[in-house]
Design a protein around this ligand. Structure first.
Ligand code: AMP
Length: 281
């Protein structure tokens, strides 16, 4: 497995892979890899002959009061895990390689980024869209893999790729969960054992919402109320949003029909967690 710190190093590797006729798959990550990330890599391995992952905690997608500084990092461990999965190359640049002095260009996806996490994290998706565009330009992958754990991110990236005519196929991968239902996240590392227990309320709320819809509830506010109650039964939980949205446009809905996204963002102590479920009626 190759490790690149520079864009020029990646470009040479990519050129070589292309000359050998290999299909290239990219898995963008912020590192501190877990089974969710590894699942994306395994999917990439299945459909691409050359798999490259990026490990980059992207400063432009963090707000000034957010956890950029303390976001968990462990490159040695990440390299070992990536190697075990059979990844061919890792791109782990320093911030200056991606954003050198004088850097001035950003990618903005409108509409889709104004709801859900976009509403509570201004500038977040601008940072995501920018870094992903840069990664696409650096690697020029045939396919890129994104997790549905970050559902809105996947929708935003698909929109961006379409709008900017970026020649890459976006593949989305279902959320990987712990046995008890908690969605895997690098941020789960922040949780104390008690917070970890209360964090299960996100998944419980989503399953409750799904169950209500299955039983015939079509009023989104009723579903939202029940989900919120479930979450607020935990003393350490504070709701950022509990939302029922159209799964494609991401617009909030009043009446549930077709494919809807149940999405939650919840503070458990000082850790903000997100999760979602798509329900089709
Ligand atoms: P991150 O390192 O958190 O930026 O995540 C990198 C990629 O892994 C993104 O496409 C995420 O959606 C995906 N991912 C993170 N957690 C999970 C999970 N539990 N299941 C599936 N994909 C995930």
């Amino acid at each position: 497995m190759e490790l690149f710190k520079t864009i020029s190093g990646v470009r040479e590797w990519v050129k070589d892979q292309r000359q050998q006729g290999r299909k290239i798959g990219l898995v963008p990550t912020m590192g501190y890899l877990h089974e969710g990330h590894l699942t994306l890599m395994r999917w990439a391995k299945k459909s691409c002959e050359a798999v490259i992952i990026s490990i980059f905690v992207n400063p432009t997608q963090f707000g000034p009061q957010e956890d950029y500084e303390r976001y968990p990092r462990d490159l040695e461990r990440d390299l070992r895990l990536a190697r075990e999965v059979g990844v061919d190359a890792v791109f782990a640049p320093e911030v200056e390689e991606m954003y050198p002095p004088g850097y001035a260009t950003y990618v903005e996806v409108e509409g889709l980024t104004e709801v859900l996490c976009g509403a509570s994290r201004p500038g977040h998706f601008r940072g995501v869209a920018t870094v992903v565009t840069k990664l696409f330009n650096i690697v020029q992958p045939d396919e890129a893999f994104f997790g549905l754990k970050d559902y809105q991110q996947a929708v935003v990236i698909k929109r961006m790729v379409k709008d900017l005519n970026i020649p890459v196929e976006i593949v989305t991968v279902p959320t990987v969960r712990e046995e008890d239902g908690l969605a895997l996240s690098s941020r789960n590392k922040y949780l104390t054992p008690e917070e970890r227990r209360q964090a299960l309320s996100l998944y419980r709320a989503l399953k409750l919402g799904e169950e209500l819809i299955r039983r015939g509830e079509r009023r989104a506010d009723k579903v939202r109320e029940a989900m919120s109650r479930e979450i607020l039964s935990q003393p350490l939980a504070r709701i950022d949003y509990v939302s029922v949205n159209d799964a494609e446009t991401l617009k909030p809905v009043d009446e549930i029909s077709g494919k809807v996204l149940l999405a939650v963002a919840v503070w458990i102590g000082s850790t903000r967690l997100i999760d979602n479920l798509v329900v089709e009626v």
